[in-house]
Design a protein around this ligand. Structure first.
Ligand SMILES: Cc1cc2nc3c(=O)[nH]c(=O)nc-3n(C[C@H](O)[C@H](O)[C@H](O)COP(=O)(O)OP(=O)(O)OC[C@H]3O[C@@H](n4cnc5c(N)ncnc54)[C@H](O)[C@@H]3O)c2cc1C
Length: 434
């Protein structure tokens, strides 16, 4: 599926209930009342599509990239919240009594039936809470797994409450054809949640992996390698990532996304380069060999497979080396004829991983706090450094693949665009979506 198709599919999905409601029609009302209904309808359909944009559907995220998918999910959540907040406010002035003699179908008044309104009010409050909690996730400081669980359960509740509210209190939703449309759309959204949290974990049970080695690479970085246990392994492209679950049930929330640092050409073992950060990553050193593990993947579109540029530039900051190492290994193993240059930045020399394997040829090491006598580049990966490493021709013809801290990615991307690198030749993976 191509991005343009996805955009069209998104627009069709979110506007379909609105268009059908307009076709179904009803007695004429004032503009602000129609606007109120329209925003409510749009907000509900956008909420339902948010389930599909949760990142776990390869047909979507593997085409446009996981970071783009998540960013879109976040922006749409903020947009639909504005629509949802305005929805009840715009009904100001609409009569709220029950049946009027001139309105036997009660289509010109607002319902005062508490059970119909209460689900809408509850969803309205929950939605505001859910979006605010997501925006302030890092500041609020609760554990990622807890947040994920609350986010999923909250979204499910909102969808069910809104289905009730739309069908029982909605002027359009109560019409039979619209009731079926909303039922079908809510069914797909809830089904997608069940797929991610029940069906996929159930299928994963038949495809266990075993931890074959855990190696300390640098004081705070590890290499974890897993081997398929009784199956052929993962069908992935170099540079992609997977959710890794070590030692927990497949239904557990304890799984984390990591880029695959091994190359598919090297065999069925899959390796990850992991930096200590929080609850799970700080305990990597305690993982026993043979521990059972599960992988959900592959995800992501950070890959140079099938591309026809004459060269590939790999620009990594810290543990951002992981996916680029997978790409480099694959290119070396398959005798890829494309030229390759690597820029690998770290703070101190002790943080450089895989130095022996990377070698010195075509690899530019950059340290922001170099030791005395350091021969490589110093400072940060910035415009001046890139101009020293890449020629005019390389800027315009090569593919640039990068992964690292957000600030590094922004600087590199801005400079590439300034130097005329077309955006389709700039590939990036972000490890954080905040
Ligand atoms: C696509 C992608 C690829 C990544 N590749 C690598 C890699 O190759 N090597 C590496 O060291 N790190 C990688 N990361 C980052 C890695 O996922 C987090 O550092 C790790 O999950 C932290 O887990 P924790 O329990 O130790 O820390 P926590 O304290 O639980 O989490 C710290 C932060 O990590 C993120 N995080 C935690 N769990 C999840 C989850 N299940 N899903 C999404 N984000 C989560 C959240 O932003 C959270 O705030 C990648 C992240 C993404 C999104």
């Amino acid at each position: 599926m191509k991005p343009l198709f996805l955009i069209v599919a998104y627009l069709v999905a979110v506007t379909l209930p609105l268009i059908l409601s307009a076709l179904v029609g009803g007695p004429p009302r004032e503009f602000h009342q129609e606007l109120a209904s329209g925003l409510g309808i749009l907000a509900f359909s956008m909420i339902l599509v948010e389930f599909i944009l949760s990142g776990r559907f390869k047909a979507i995220s593997n085409d446009v990239g996981m970071d783009v998918t998540m960013r879109f999910h976040q922006i749409m959540a903020r947009t639909l919240l504005v629509f949802a907040v305005l929805h009840p406010l715009l009904y100001q002035g609409t009569p709220t009594a029950g049946e009027r003699p001139w309105d036997p179908t009660r289509q010109l008044t607002l319902t005062t039936d508490f059970s119909d309104l209460s689900t809408g009010i509850a969803a309205w409050l929950l939605l505001t809470g859910l979006v605010v909690m997501a925006i302030g996730r890092t500041q609020l400081g609760y554990r990622y797994e807890i947040w994920r669980l609350l986010h999923g359960v909250g979204a499910l509740l909102i969808a069910l409450l809104l289905l009730h509210h739309t069908v029982y209190a909605g002027r359009y939703g109560s019409q039979p054809v619209m009731t079926w449309v909303w039922l079908a759309m809510t069914g797909v959204a809830v089904g997608s949640l069940l797929m991610v949290y029940l069906v996929v974990p159930w299928l994963q049970k038949a495809r266990p992996w075993r931890v074959s080695s855990v190696v300390r690479l640098t004081p705070k970085q590890w290499e974890v390698t897993v081997t398929p246990d009784g199956h052929h392994g993962l069908d992935y492209k170099a540079g992609q990532f997977a959710w890794l679950n070590v030692g927990h049930s497949t239904f557990s929330m304890k799984e984390n996304p990591f880029s695959i640092s091994s190359a598919p050409a090297a065999g069925p073992e899959v390796s990850f380069m992991i930096k200590e950060l929080g609850d799970f990553t700080r305990t990597i050193g305690e993982i026993e060999p043979e521990t059972v593990a599960y992988l959900d993947g592959p995800y992501g579109n950070l890959t140079v497979d099938g591309r026809d540029e004459p060269g590939v530039a790999l620009i990594a900051g810290g543990v951002g080396l992981a996916p680029l190492l997978g790409i480099l290994r694959q290119m070396r193993l398959t005798g890829d004829s494309r030229k390759v240059k690597v820029i690998y930045g770290n703070r101190i020399v002790e943080q450089i991983a895989y130095r022996e394997e990377l070698g010195e040829e075509d690899v530019v090491y950059v340290l922001s706090e170099p030791p005395e006598g350091w021969q490589g580049e110093t400072g940060f990966i910035n415009a001046a450094l890139m101009d020293r490493v890449f020629s005019e021709e390389e800027f315009s013809e090569w593919a640039f693949v990068m992964c690292g801290p957000a600030i590094m990615m922004d600087i590199v991307e801005d400079h590439l665009i300034k130097r005329g690198t077309p955006s389709h030749r700039i590939l990036a993976e972000r490890f954080s979506y905040d």
